[in-house]
Design a protein around this ligand. Sequence first.
Ligand code: UDP
Ligand code: MG
Length: 209
Amino acid sequence: MGTADAASKDVTVRLAERKPIVVFVLGGPGSGKGTQCANIVQHFGYTHLSAGDLLRAECNSGSENGTMIQNMMNEGKIVPSEVTIELLQKAMLESGNNKFLIDGFPRNEENRAAFEAVTKIEPEFVLFFNCPQEEMERRILNRNQGREDDNIETIRKRFKVFEESSLPVIEYYKARGKVREIDAAKSIEEVFDALKVIFTTTVGKVVTT
Ligand code: UDP
Ligand code: MG
């Protein structure tokens, strides 16, 4: 085994030993995942890890993968699993926390299967921010975060990728009773009220077995 393999194995083992609690936060672009994750962090002590933000930071750090990641993001395409998973594992280990909201990942079946195979971590549950496309489009075009991929052409591509590749992941977890769905078209306050109910009833239960 090479040094790089040994190092990543080490990260995987150290992370698995901590038995982290992971909640996947899924929903189309502009469905409000980032906004609500900030609320959940404040009230429930989770660490928020946005896969998109980690990838953007990796681009800005001038890493050797930077250009490839940037090009894929500008096309709304899904970056290879190993890149995203490594960033997520590193961020989880470095956080010092043990409860994570993983936002915007897994985005396709391959992401999902690779994360499970590499980390051996199963999500506690999966939040699905269900929002009509017109509303998501309106929000993205109004948010002005200076993101290169927030232009109408890339937005349409991202919607298509979401429908074709990410919805099947939600279906996978639905079939396993893991999805908590919320109506994300509502106001920020109303959505957070719904989330509070989910987080106070579904997590933090005392496990006796
Ligand atoms: N992305 C990716 N893998 C991930 C998360 C994000 O490839 O696990 C890329 C993908 O190109 C996506 C972009 O990053 O279109 C922006 O993702 P982000 O989650 O920031 O945007 P959102 O869809 O939540 O608006
Ligand atoms: Mg986001």
